[in-house]
Design a protein. Structure first.
Length: 247
């Protein structure tokens, strides 16, 4: 029996990409895992697939940028599994464009999901952790929370905020057996970010990563497993980025 076996976790944005890879990695470690996603069809399909493989998962639809929805997500998790040990605040959206043409509505849409969503997830998970004697918060930041990129003003703002929110919360709850960490992924190969979809732009992205390729969702998921297991890690944002931020 592994250290994580029997634990309960929530993964937001769990129906695709890094979130889905993390759900699978957690469930394979024996963690009872809630697939939390806005995409009901996709989330239910993942739930059905993983249950058929013998994994203990549950889909709960959530709007990460809505406080009541996140509060309900945590409540449903505790109702179904009896407790909450780990939350991965991973749900997020992107956006590129010129700052001087950015509308408040478009700016705030990114803030609402990427920053407010992390706040809500941390808030309601930590409330549960304080009741049960501890827990683990894991946040998805980004290399763009560590370095800048032209055209990514709002997205970078949210990911920089996630890095600082992670540090502040880690310090606040360190003596109460609550650990808070983040992963800052580099560019990850997905259905939208690949050679076929991006053409020559893809080659430019690859060139920014000294390791010579983009990352895989599973590589970020493995980093989350490490942080879930390591009792001495808190307040850290770990770049898993093929050397992108080392330059």
């Amino acid at each position: 029996m592994g250290k994580l076996d029997g634990k309960t976790a929530i993964v937001t944005g769990g129906a695709s990409g890094i979130g889905l890879a993390t759900v699978k990695a957690f469930a394979e470690k024996g963690i009872k895992t809630v697939i939390a996603d806005f995409n009901e069809k996709g989330g239910k399909a993942v739930e059905e697939e993983l249950k058929a493989a013998g994994l203990d998962v549950l889909f709960v639809q959530v709007d990460a940028g809505n406080e009541e929805s996140v509060k309900n997500l945590v409540a449903k998790t505790v109702e179904h599994y009896g407790k909450l040990d780990i939350i991965v605040n991973n749900a997020g959206i992107g956006g590129l464009g010129e700052l001087h043409e950015l509308t408040y509505e478009d700016y705030h849409k990114i803030i609402k999901v990427n920053q407010d969503g992390v706040f809500y997830g941390m808030k309601y998970a930590i409330r549960e952790f304080l009741k049960t004697g501890g827990g683990v918060v894991l946040n998805t930041a980004s290399i763009l929370g560590l370095v800048g990129e032209a055209g990514a003003f709002a997205y970078a703002a949210t990911k920089g905020a996630v890095v600082q929110m992670t540090k502040a919360a880690a310090l606040q709850y360190a003596t109460r057996n609550i650990r808070v960490n983040a992963i800052a992924p580099g560019y990850i190969e997905t259905a939208l970010v690949n050679k076929e979809a991006l053409g020559d732009f893809y080659d430019g992205l690859v060139a920014r990563h000294p390791i010579g390729r983009l990352g895989k969702s599973e590589e970020i998921a493995h980093a989350f497993v490490f942080l879930a297991e390591n009792d001495f890690a808190t307040g850290a944002t770990i770049a898993v980025d093929g050397g992108y931020t080392a330059q």
